[in-house]
Design a protein around this ligand. Structure first.
Ligand code: ZN
Length: 488
């Protein structure tokens, strides 16, 4: 396939030309959410980053199998081998079945992703649906001599693995230092070394999510699901594995070690990691009080937000930074993105209505190549967006009668904008009352004012018709003493 897509491979720490393992097929795995709470910006960024890659690879002509998992078991509170399961804890607090918690938050996650125009993956496997595969994978690692059973739990033997492999290959952590500094703590737990990590954990009596395994009734270690599901659906070797940078250690380091130990080979050719989103320079966290869910962004219902921000504004805000740069969120930054997006979408709408002339008085060629060049350079969306903004000047000068554009130039410009704005960046016009579409708001107000007038004239048929038809379209209408309120 003819293209020059380069991506930054976290494993080699280099930008590399993307050459898939199979001629025109690409296998891509991305770590999805642990579903014990509502999605936040930290979920939106990897979803949007790898959505761009998914869209772009398909644009280049590849058949992409995109697997994004749902973590619904085994992710313990402190990301290590102790603490309560995050799902089980939420279930206990809310007096629900763990799978009720999972279903509830998966539904909400899907709704948020749809609002953000993130395409659904090809396969979305749940960890809890792949317990057998995880047990089998764990057995392979034991058979290969890289794991040991202790008190019914199974641990990965990091020190032994590191003798013939490199534990730390992706995170850059120095295993010798880790072994050295943790040595004195060892001997106090069922693990041989505190750097060892669980492949299977024996369930304590109060642990409710439990399954039968050869070693105990228990549950898989968190990292095991991605080894098992990635290779089940994409093969023992596949092209791309992605996720947030925060997953690099221990999650991805452990996954690499598991695959190498269990399968005798490296499974992933290109590792890709998106950077984090900070708030006022600080990490986001529930305990820091700066944790804003996607729903809170969409409704504006949070003390750090000046107003509601539409899903497309959030998407555009994320795409205005390169995925490997940090992004610092603030209400002001989002307001700037909102204005930028409005300018872009207005220009795109204006482009559809331009009238062509016999000849072009301005240069329009080269936009497609420039945008593709930007995306080929490790998905540089901010540069691609800046080229679109440059082209807006051309659109505006033709619109204002200061320049002319030929039929073929106009068609090409329209085609590039459609490709970039809609197909690759995944931006769309939003019809929400909280969005920027003032005319739409006014049109609904006008209809409801007509209904008020009909009511005053005791024309109940017209009044009911307006109300019923708006309700059928999804509007919620409330009569108040001053008139009405509505929302979609
Ligand atoms: Zn994972």
């Amino acid at each position: 396939m003819e293209h020059k897509l380069y991506i930054y491979n976290t494993l080699t720490r280099k930008k590399e030309q993307f050459i898939p393992l199979h001629e025109n097929k690409v296998g891509m795995y991305v770590c999805g959410p642990t579903v014990y709470g509502d999605g936040h910006l930290g979920h939106a960024r990897p979803a949007i980053t790898f959505d761009i890659l998914f869209r772009y690879l398909q644009h280049l002509g590849y058949k992409v199998r995109y697997v994004r998992n749902i973590t619904d078991v085994g992710h313990l509170e402190n990301d290590a081998d102790s603490g309560e399961d995050k799902i089980a804890k939420k279930a206990r607090l809310d007096q629900l079945e763990p799978m009720e918690v999972v279903q509830y938050y998966v539904n909400r996650y899907h709704k948020a992703m749809e609002a953000l125009n993130v395409l659904p993956p090809s396969i979305e496997p749940h960890a809890s649906g792949h317990i057998m595969e995880q047990i089998e994978f764990t057995q392979k690692i034991i058979d290969a001599g890289f794991a040991y059973v202790s008190e019914g739990s199974v641990y990965f033997d990091v020190e032994k693995y590191n003798k013939s492999n490199n534990y730390g290959i992706i995170s850059g952590r120095n295993i010798d230092e880790m072994l050295e500094t943790t040595r004195e703590l060892d001997g106090q737990s069922e693990k041989r070394r505190s750097v060892d990590f669980a492949l299977w954990k024996k369930a304590s009596p109060e642990h409710i999510m439990r399954w039968n395994a050869p070693w105990s009734v228990g549950f898989p270690g968190w990292h095991m699901e991605c080894s098992a599901m990635g290779t089940k659906y994409l093969g023992e070797e596949f092209d791309i594995h992605g996720g947030g940078m925060d997953l690099m250690f221990p999650h991805h380091e452990c996954e690499i070690a598991q695959n190498k130990a269990g399968l005798g080979k490296d499974s992933v050719k290109y590792w890709m990691h998106n950077n984090m989103i900070t708030i006022g320079g600080q990490k986001m966290g529930k305990s820091l009080g700066n944790f804003i869910t996607l729903d809170e962004f969409f409704t504006g219902n949070h003390k750090l937000l000046s107003k509601a921000f539409s899903p497309m504004t959030i998407r555009f805000f994320i795409l205005q930074a390169h995925y490997r740069s940090t992004v610092d969120f603030s209400s002001e930054a989002l307001e700037a993105s909102e204005k930028g997006l409005e300018r872009l979408m207005d220009g795109y709408a204006r482009l559809q209505k331009l009238s062509p002339s016999a000849t072009s008085s301005i240069e329009t060629a080269g936009l497609r190549a420039k945008c593709e060049e930007a995306l080929n350079d490790d998905l540089n969306t901010p540069i691609a967006i800046s080229y679109l903004f440059e082209a807006l000047k051309v659109i505006n000068s033709v619109h204002d009668g200061k320049a002319t554009i030929s039929v073929s130039d106009l068609e090409e410009l329209q085609s590039v904008f459609k490709l970039m704005v809609e197909d690759l960046l995944g931006l769309k016009v939003e019809a929400t009352a909280t969005g920027t579409n003032e005319a739409y708001k006014q049109a609904i107000d006008m209809l409801l004012n007509m209904r008020l007038e009909a009511k005053r004239n005791k024309d109940w048929a017209t009044s009911d018709k307006i109300r019923n038809e708006l309700t059928a379209l999804g509007f919620e209408i409330k009569d108040t003493k001053d008139g009405f309120e509505w929302k979609l």
